[in-house]
Design a protein around this ligand. Structure first.
Ligand code: F0G
Length: 439
């Protein structure tokens, strides 16, 4: 139940996390000398550090969530039958109720769903427009013979631009892609909510409606990357005219209703440590996906997940749309972001949904992009305090498969990503102090 009706008067009051802690995991504290050895052995790459050498782990919000007592109770109700597990039907019902998609294909995590979707929908020579790329999403599109084309608004590539919906699609760019390649070469438009690589930036309902209209006019499907849809819904409630009185669940449903299916990494919004799914409305596509999942993931009623994991996902999906939860989650990110802003540290604005993104170009203006400023900054923050962050720039972007050259993305970022329900406000203070010190 919400203790706060979300009215402007209530929003100015202090609030705390809508949970209390009943189990703790001790953290190892390290000295700078120990961290110097660890980061050198990791090749100055925070992905290659051992977790036990990390004090506060802000590498990712993926699979790092703390589950609720309800979810842990659900883990004990796992039906580990090979076929027809009752937990599959719970998950199917949760997806149908909350997202509205008709058919569910479980997968071991998000990229499992991307793999199957790409294989059944993309033919060699196809083009897949999207509101910015995600690494695994684009790679699966490329492996299936497709080419990704970025149609996000230009503002998304500018870390200082305050546009409230930097995840929006530029309709003129999308129109040009359709004219240039023809609708029959576009199997679907890929729409992410709370666009990760843009800094956790939302798309508006109004923009998505316009994308829908353009796609309908050309008979093109829309597939939604729903990984952080509840976080996107929170920003819509806060910022989009006419949406303040909608519940998070209503906004999530409105987004999904404008799309034809989704890929989902349940390791984010859905508050679990592993899991994912593909959801589709079309019967024929569902048949194709069901035939494919059994080859790559597992039978169509478990798709790589244990029964207990499917139960935890279905409970987590319901928790993800609770207003108090999502406000505290996005609110903790805003708390950290504002501390850094107040100290003049260059971050991507507006502050995003799942993390604060440091603008490594502005932070380290003397470094050329081919000397990997974001990677260097992530290593330096670890050295200072044992806080682990993630490079999201020239290294993440990879090399052009045709030329072998670095892609030089416009955004050269370090992501400080917050696991859900894991760290306290004091951890945020320690993190901010370290980054301010490094700056
Ligand atoms: N889509 C988005 C927007 C993601 O952020 C991720 C994962 C995936 C798909 C793939 O899902 O990991 O379950 O296979 N993002 C993680 C991150 C890895 O750290 O941002 P997955």
């Amino acid at each position: 139940m919400s203790t706060d009706d979300g009215t402007p008067a209530q929003r100015t009051r202090s609030w705390a996390e809508p949970f209390k802690i009943k189990m703790v995991e001790p953290l190892k504290m390290t000295t700078r000398a120990e961290r110097e050895v660890a980061i050198r052995e990791a090749g100055y790459n925070t992905f290659l550090l051992r977790s036990e050498d990390v004090y506060i782990d802000l590498l990712t919000d993926s699979g790092t969530n703390a589950m609720s007592d309800r979810q842990w109770a659900g883990m004990m109700l796992g039906d580990e039958a090979y076929a027809g597990s009752r937990n599959f039907y719970h998950l199917e019902a949760a997806v149908q109720e909350l997202y509205g998609y008709r058919h569910l294909v479980p997968t071991h995590q998000g990229r499992g769903a991307e793999h199957i979707l790409s294989k059944i929908m993309i033919s060699p020579g196809d083009v897949v427009p999207g509101n910015m790329y995600f690494t695994t999403t684009r790679l699966h599109q490329e492996l299936a013979g497709g080419t990704f084309v970025d149609v996000i608004i230009d503002e998304a590539h500018d870390p200082t631009n305050l546009h409230p919906f930097k995840g929006n699609v530029d309709l003129a760019k999308l129109q040009r892609v359709i004219e240039q390649h023809g609708a029959d070469k576009i199997p679907y438009v890929c729409i992410a909510t709370a666009v990760n690589m843009a800094g956790g930036q939302p798309i508006s309902l109004a923009n998505l409606r316009e994308v829908r209209a353009m796609c309908d006019a050309h008979g093109i499907r829309i597939i939604h990357d729903a990984t952080r849809v509840a976080e996107n819904a929170f920003f819509i409630k806060e910022r989009e005219p006419g949406c303040a009185d909608m519940t998070i669940a209503e906004i999530v449903r409105a987004i999904c209703d404008l799309t034809d299916g989704c890929t989902m990494s349940a390791k984010k919004d859905a508050l679990v440590n592993i899991g994912g799914f593909l959801a589709l409305n079309d019967d024929d596509l569902f048949d194709a996906a069901r035939n494919m999942v059994v080859i790559y993931e597992g039978l169509h009623t478990y798709g790589g997940m244990a029964g207990r994991d499917m139960e935890a996902v279905s409970i987590g999906l319901h928790e993800s749309v609770e207003y108090d939860h999502i406000r505290a989650r996005v609110g903790q990110v805003a708390y950290l972001g504002r501390k850094l802003q107040d100290a003049g540290v260059p971050i991507v604005v507006p502050i995003g949904s799942h993390g604060v993104f440091l603008d490594a170009r502005a932070f380290l203006p003397h470094l050329d992009q081919d000397t990997y400023p974001a990677q260097a900054l992530a290593a330096e923050i670890y050295l200072d305090s044992g806080v682990r962050t993630m490079e999201r720039g020239n290294v993440s972007s990879g090399r052009d498969p045709a030329t072998g050259e670095n892609r030089h993305p416009r955004l050269e970022l370090v992501r400080i990503t917050l696991p859900r329900r894991v760290y306290t406000q004091a951890h945020m203070d320690v993190t901010a102090e370290s980054i301010v010190e490094v700056y």
